[in-house]
Design a protein around this ligand. Structure first.
Ligand code: ZN
Length: 317
């Protein structure tokens, strides 16, 4: 009787678990008949995040198995390399957890041996530059608005940013960091498309070269039509491409930040793009017909050719 009561109490406390197995693949450069090339277990560092915040973490065992207890809810589960290297690549999946139940989440990480991102291997490893945390409010209402936006524009039922593939560089067309922060914090419908949530970007680099983080990397932000579902946004305070490219402190900080993000998420150089290049990204996807050709004039191709050349040097250094 007491045990039964206890069981009910535990079930009622609203926790469940996420469990599964992490593997890496492919494990040989070319698969040949008679020589199978099965995925290999991998002792990854596994995390469960909700709303961009880490809720639980576990290290997978040598057989790749892991398990963590979490409150019932929706999570993004990610497997990261443990050694601090770029390989195997981070892999994430969304999961729903019910109280008193196991949710199975198996994760297959890209070993990188076939150069999946092109150009043979991933971006060089880079250190995290100094970043000032200055979050804008992102309450449940804004997350709900973001979820509705993702449904309308991408057919995705989530407000989380999962395994980003693209970094979009922008220019604010404002002259102060504070003005930019205020615009992003307001959550007002944007003046152009009149939609909520309001626009935002994950990072803003100011003219003094200070990097500010406004939004956690696990949340989707509205900064580039067609790409918000998979793109990290970096704004540069300034009035033109030329002003940002001519500001040595600002450019140096921007390159360091972008190198670190590329290293963290395995993002290829060609997927670091300017806002004005958004329509030519292979990741561009927009369900609303009248927006399929919408882009902005900031960070044009000519600017980004110079930016990517500088980035290649900066990341290799
Ligand atoms: Zn822009």
């Amino acid at each position: 009787m007491l045990l039964a009561l206890l069981a009910i109490l535990v079930a009622g406390s609203g926790t469940g678990s996420i469990a599964g197995r992490v593997t890496t693949a492919p494990t040989c450069p070319v698969e040949q008949e008679g020589h199978p090339c099965p995925p290999r277990p991998y002792a990854a560092h596994v995390t469960a995040s909700a709303g961009g915040r880490e809720v639980a973490a576990a290290d997978a065992a040598d057989d790749g198995r892991y398990r963590m207890e979490v409150p019932a809810g929706d999570y993004t589960v990610c497997a990261d390399p443990r050694s601090g290297s770029s390989f195997p690549r981070q892999e994430c999946r969304d999961a729903h957890v019910d109280a008193g139940r196991d949710t199975e989440v198996d994760l297959v990480m890209d070993s990188g041996i076939r150069g999946a991102s092109g150009g043979g291997g991933g971006p060089p490893r880079a250190e995290r530059p100094p970043i000032v945390s200055d979050p804008i409010p992102f309450p449940a209402r804004r997350k709900y608005e973001m979820r509705l936006y993702a449904r309308r524009h991408y057919g995705l039922d989530r407000y989380t940013l999962v395994h980003p593939h693209v970094i979009v560089e922008h220019v604010t067309a404002t002259s102060t960091y504070r003005a930019t922060w205020n615009t992003f914090a307001s959550d007002a419908p944007d003046p152009e498309l009149h939609e909520r949530p309001g626009t935002c970007s994950h990072f803003v680099v100011d003219p003094a070269g200070q990097i500010h983080q406004l939004v956690p990397l696990g949340l989707m932000c509205r900064h580039a039509v067609g790409l918000n579902w998979t793109a990290i946004g970096i704004e540069h305070v300034g009035l033109s491409d030329g002003q940002v490219m001519g500001d040595r402190a600002q450019l140096a900080a921007s390159l360091k930040l972008t190198c670190w993000l590329r290293s963290r998420y395995g993002i290829a150089l060609r997927n670091v793009i300017g806002h004005n290049e958004s329509l030519s990204s292979p990741y561009h996807h927009e369900r609303v017909a009248r927006l399929r050709h919408q882009t902005h004039g900031d960070m044009r191709h000519a600017t980004m050719t110079r930016y990517r050349a500088a980035l290649r040097r900066a990341c290799a250094a």
